[in-house]
Design a protein around this ligand. Structure first.
Ligand code: KIV
Length: 244
C-alpha cells in the first residue's frame, strides 16, 4: 500500500469514497491501523485521557504529543498521520502556533489538527501558508467545551447551526484539507458535507458525511471511564487482557 498524501485524501471526496480515521498513540496500535489500511491515523490529544489518565484533554503538553507522534510515525507506512495541537499550543500567537506545528511535523506527523472556527482561521491560513497541512475541528471542541457546557450535541438551534456552518466555511477558505465535525446534528452535517469541497469527517454526527473518526480505545473496549453514545464497541479488549 502506498503512502497517502493530502492530495489522495481530497481525491477520496471527489470520487465519493468514504474515509476511515482512527486514533493511535503508540507503535503497536499505529502498526495495526496502518496494516488495516486506515486512511488517516489521528494522534489525538484524547491520548491525554485514554493513555495518560487525565480527566480531560486540557492538561496535555506539547512534549507528550511529540512522544506519541514519534512512535506512530515510526510504525506507519501507508496512513496519513495527523497530530492534534494540544490546548495552549496555538492560541497565544500565530508564531508560536507555527513553531509548535513544525515540531509535530518534524516528530513524524504529516499534518496537524486545531479545534476552532472563524476565530482561528487566520492562524490556520498562516500554518497552511507555511506549508503545513491542517485539519479543522468544529462542533463540539473537547479542549474548551468541557469548560462551558460539557459534552452536548451541537447545532440544535438555528443560531448554533448557522455558526457551525459559517465556521466550517471559514476553515475551508483558510485552506484546511478536511474538517472533523464532532457531535453535530445530522441536518447540519449534511449541509456542510454537501457545500464544502474538503472531506467532512464526523464523530457522533451521523452518516451524512465523507468519513468517520473514532477513538481506538473506545471501539476496542479499552477505556471505560467515558462511553460516548455514538461509539460501536467491537470487542471488550479489557476483558480479553484480564483473562489472559
Ligand atoms: O483527540 C481526539 O481523539 C479527537 C477526536 C475525538 C476527533 O480529536
Amino acid at each position: 500500500m502506498k503512502k497517502l498524501r493530502v492530495r489522495d485524501i481530497l481525491l477520496k471526496k471527489s470520487s465519493n469514497e468514504k474515509l476511515t480515521v482512527l486514533t493511535a498513540y503508540d507503535y503497536p496500535m499505529a502498526f495495526l491501523c496502518d496494516n488495516a489500511g486506515i486512511d488517516i491515523i489521528l494522534v489525538g490529544d484524547s491520548a491525554g485521557m485514554v493513555v495518560l489518565g487525565y480527566p480531560s484533554t486540557i492538561p496535555v503538553q506539547m512534549e507528550e504529543m511529540l512522544l506519541f507522534v514519534g512512535a506512530v510515525g515510526r510504525a506507519t507506512k501507508h496512513s496519513l498521520i495527523t497530530a492534534d495541537m494540544p490546548f495552549g499550543s496555538y492560541q497565544t500567537s500565530v508564531n508560536s502556533a507555527i513553531d509548535n506545528a513544525i515540531k509535530l511535523i518534524k516528530a513524524g506527523s504529516d499534518a496537524v489538527k486545531l479545534e476552532g472556527g472563524t476565530e482561528i482561521s487566520g492562524t490556520i491560513k498562516a500554518l497552511v501558508d507555511s506549508g503545513i497541512p491542517v485539519m479543522g475541528h468544529v462542533g463540539l471542541r473537547p479542549q474548551t467545551s468541557v469548560l462551558w457546557d460539557g459534552y452536548q450535541t451541537q447545532g440544535d438551534t438555528l443560531a448554533a447551526a448557522r455558526k457551525i456552518i459559517s465556521d466550517a466555511k471559514s476553515l475551508e477558505q483558510a485552506g484546511v484539507f478536511s474538517i472533523v465535525l464532532e457531535m453535530v446534528t445530522d441536518e447540519v452535517t449534511e449541509i456542510i458535507s454537501k457545500s464544502t469541497a474538503v472531506p467532512i469527517i464526523g464523530i457522533g454526527s451521523g452518516n451524512n458525511c465523507d468519513g468517520q473518526v473514532l477513538v481506538l480505545h473506545d471501539i476496542l473496549g479499552l477505556y471505560g471511564k467515558l462511553k460516548p453514545r455514538f461509539v460501536k464497541q467491537y470487542l471488550n479488549l479489557s476483558e480479553v487482557i484480564h483473562v489472559a
